[in-house]
Ligand binder design. Structure first.
Ligand code: GH3
Ligand code: MG
Ligand code: MG
Ligand code: MG
Length: 317
């Protein structure tokens, strides 16, 4: 979603200049062109035009006049800051010499800095550089945080969600179902005779099978389903907005998909199957995470003892 707005490298940066005086716009562009920070300048004569350009282009910094026709710099800044994707584009206001009150107001509504007109070239360049740098560091930090969050929610072997995330989102989905009087189902699957795969081909090949099964699950689920690695060779899938009957169909589809999988050497010819237990939320019955997991687990046990490679629903549902 945000690739358009990702921190761009120096040579690909875009500056937007929102200023009603064409002369001043030219001066600013010439000054900044001297230090080759930007590959493109966008010009707007008022806030309306500026806003349109900011929405249509991945701008890295905005220099903005305050007094302009149609829409002034304050309104422009307010509207810009209201957009999530433009929330942290640095804005440097271009203000008159003594406009202390205006500077304060501008900073309060979301501008990052100001520069007084007529501007000093060295100062303009220095301030622009500072704010580009801050923005770059912010982007790096955000990306690092995003990566950390992703890692803390992910099982490294299968790339599915891990147990921690499973329980966290299970609780949320359950609350949502209860609040909206909606449906929610869960399925547990456990690979059949997985020990034999490890024993026959080694632990590493066993790992490969786990990753492949995970991939098969992913490719047969809707993107708002939540598939997680529950334990060694056990997986749990939360199915929002699904009845027991819906979930039984999903489980059956997954069961077939797993049993249809083929493997490269040395596991060519290997057939993998899994057993499934399915349970659904009901306001008066299984209405906690623990109860739902317990019911699905009991159904899984029945599937195992009934001969494996099958789907069993929890009674009641
Ligand atoms: P069942 O059909 O009753 O489920 O038989 P099973 O052999 O699959 O069940 P069991 O629970 O006895 O064995 C599960 C095995 O999964 C035992 C364990 O060594 C193996 N295992 C657990 N985690 C991993 C893992 O991360 N990688 C590999 N390769 N094996 C794992
Ligand atoms: Mg003006
Ligand atoms: Mg097991
Ligand atoms: Mg097993």
């Amino acid at each position: 979603v945000s690739s358009k707005r990702k921190g761009s490298t120096a040579l690909s940066k875009i500056a937007l200049i929102v200023e009603d005086s064409p002369t001043l716009r030219r001066e600013i562009m010439e000054t900044l062109a001297d230090v080759s920070l930007f590959f493109r300048f966008l010009e707007a004569g008022d806030g309306v035009e500026g806003l349109r350009l900011a929405l249509d282009n991945p701008v890295d910094i905005i220099l903005c006049d305050l007094v302009m026709p149609r829409m002034d710099g304050f309104r422009f800044t307010q509207l810009l800051r209201a957009r999530k994707e433009l929330h942290d584009v640095p804005i440097i206001m271009l203000t008159g010499e003594g406009d202390s009150e205006m500077k304060v107001r501008g900073l309060e509504i979301g501008a990052n800095d100001y520069i007084t007109k007529p501007f000093d070239r060295g100062e303009l360049i220095a301030r622009v550089k500072v704010h580009l740098k801050i923005k770059e560091l912010q982007d790096e930090l955000r990306n690092a945080n995003r990566l950390l969050t992703e890692l803390s929610n992910t099982d490294p072997l299968t790339s599915l969600y891990n147990r921690r995330f499973l329980f966290e989102s299970f609780g949320k989905e359950l609350q949502r179902a209860a609040r909206k009087k909606g449906e929610l189902a869960v399925l547990i699957l456990d690979i059949d005779h997985f020990k034999k795969i490890n024993d026959g081909y080694g632990h590493q090949q066993g790992d490969l099978v786990l990753a492949r099964v995970a991939g098969t699950l992913l490719s047969h689920l809707r993107n708002y389903d939540i598939p997680a690695r529950y334990g060694g060779e056990e997986f749990v899938v939360i199915l929002p907005d699904s009845s027991l009957k819906d979930a039984m169909m999903v489980a059956e589809r997954l069961r077939t998909a797993v049993s249809d999988m083929t493997f490269p050497l040395p596991m060519n010819g290997l057939k993998v199957t899994a057993s499934f237990g399915v349970a659904a939320y009901s306001p008066s019955g299984a209405n906690t995470v623990d109860a739902l997991i317990r019911e699905a687990d009991a159904a899984l046990y029945v599937a195992k003892s009934g001969g494996r490679n099958r789907v069993v629903a929890a009674p009641g549902g």
